[in-house]
Design a protein around this ligand. Sequence first.
Ligand SMILES: [Zn+2]
Length: 82
Amino acid sequence: MSIQILPTDTLFRDSPDAGHPQCLCSRCGKKLEEWHHPIRAWPEKQNAEYRFHLACIGLGKDRTKEEWEAENEAFYDDIDFP
Ligand SMILES: [Zn+2]
C-alpha cells in the first residue's frame, strides 16, 4: 500500500487518538472518529504525522458509527467467554 501525500495535506505535530477533538484529517480537515480507523503516515526523521480517512486517500468507504457498532457486536457474539 502506498499513500500519495499532497502538498496541501496538513502535517500535524501531535498524535491524538481517533475520536479526540484535535484528531483531524490531513486532507479534508474533518474530525477522525474512532470508527473511521484512520490511516497514519510518518515522514522520515520528523516527529510528526499525516492522518487520513480511508475515503480521503482512496482506500474505500469510511465506516459509519452504526456499522462499527454492528461489527463490534458481531465480534463479541462470536467469542465464548468462560
Ligand atoms: Zn478526511
